[in-house]
Design a protein around this ligand. Structure first.
Ligand code: UDP
Length: 327
């Protein structure tokens, strides 16, 4: 298939682009490089552009006969979404709708969308299945849910097919150490823990030790970036016009912040200096996925289901690239 990948130079996008190419698909990456890295994708496949720029976006999408789009070009920090909601509503909703407009203009009828566990809000049942109520508790989750709702309405009215993949916590790096996570500023737990192990940061803060969890710290379901990327390819290849699919993506096991720190200490053989800090606004205590639906319907099978192997790949990337992509 010929695939238009918005935000393909970011963390999840770049790993998905690599697996798309390995699976024999054609790929164009459309990215404004605000958070993405040009060197994380093959240079000939990169078109520099912004979702806000509808003319450039539409022209790029009309340049080739694309079979499908993937949408990774969103802001993704829960904490920032609480303090800067405008950024999230503009980019994750308004600019994202331009992608749907351009798809209609260019007659592209399928899309795989990066959604999130944050659309569920505080779980009323664990593990979370796709039919769990969606009541997000932060602006990030609300903007992602709004786009899911737009997809459903566009599908009913215009017949587009979509798969909304609700990610739990993406982590890890390409096993060969050539692609990985490089955010500026970095806010995610696993890279920050590894920065503390490397001495790139003095220490990592544990945000909240009084949650209703076994050790008082938040519990999350970490999924390896390659397993996440592979799910996009399965969803793309299975999609038919008019499909409305939603899939959770996690491993079904929860790890607390303290367990992540302990596992990272084991993997790296180093001490992880840490301190205890206040809760971060917008964080539910526990988020653990049931991914049985994608296993059953699409045969998804994670290659790196254990936290230790996820952290091992991340550690290789950070050790070999202490300055990330260096751009
Ligand atoms: N976290 C933490 N210290 C940090 C960063 C994150 O204790 O410096 C916690 C955070 O509160 C959450 C978990 O680690 O419970 C995962 O956070 P992350 O930002 O990696 O992903 P999110 O769950 O927001 O998608």
């Amino acid at each position: 298939m010929n695939v238009f990948v918005a935000g393909g130079a970011g963390y999840i996008g770049s790993h998905t682009v690599r697996l798309l190419l390995e699976a024999g698909h054609e790929v164009t990456v459309y990215d404004n490089l605000s958070e993405g890295h040009a060197s994380s994708v093959p240079v000939a496949r990169l078109v520099r552009g912004d979702l806000a720029d509808l003319d450039t976006l539409t022209a790029a999408m009309r340049a080739k006969p694309y079979d499908a789009a993937m949408h990774f070009a969103a802001n993704c920090y829960v904490g920032e979404s609480v303090t800067e909601p405008q950024k999230y509503y503009v980019n994750n909703v308004s600019n994202a709708l331009n992608l749907l407009r351009a798809m209609r203009a260019a007659d592209v009828g399928k899309i795989v969308f990066s959604s999130t566990a944050a659309t569920y809000g505080t779980p009323v049942a664990t593990p979370i299945t796709e039919s769990h109520p969606q009541q997000p508790i932060n602006p990030y989750g609300r903007t992602k849910l709004m786009f899911e709702q737009a997809l459903a309405d566009y599908s009913r009215a215009y017949g587009i097919g979509y798969a909304a993949l609700r990610y739990f916590n993406a982590a890890g790096a390409a096993p060969d150490g050539t692609l990985g996570e490089d955010h500026d500023p970095e806010t995610h737990l696993i890279p920050l823990v590894l920065y503390a192990a490397m001495g790139k940061r003095d220490q990592v803060s544990i945000f909240g030790t009084d949650y209703d969890t076994p050790d008082g710290t938040c519990v999350r379901d970490y999924i390896h970036i390659y397993d996440l990327a592979q799910a996009h390819i399965l969803a793309l290849e299975a999609m038919r016009p008019g499909d409305r699919r939603t899939y959770n993506l996690g491993n079904g096991s929860g790890y607390s912040v303290r367990e992540v720190i302990d596992t990272a200490a084991k993997v790296t053989g180093r001490e992880i200096p840490h301190n205890e800090a206040q809760r971060r606004p917008g964080d539910p205590a526990v988020l653990v996925a049931s991914s049985e639906k994608i296993v059953r319907e699409l045969g998804w099978k994670p290659r790196f289901p254990h936290l230790e192997s996820i952290i091992e790949t991340a550690w290789r990337w950070h050790r070999e690239h202490p300055d990330g992509y260096g751009d």
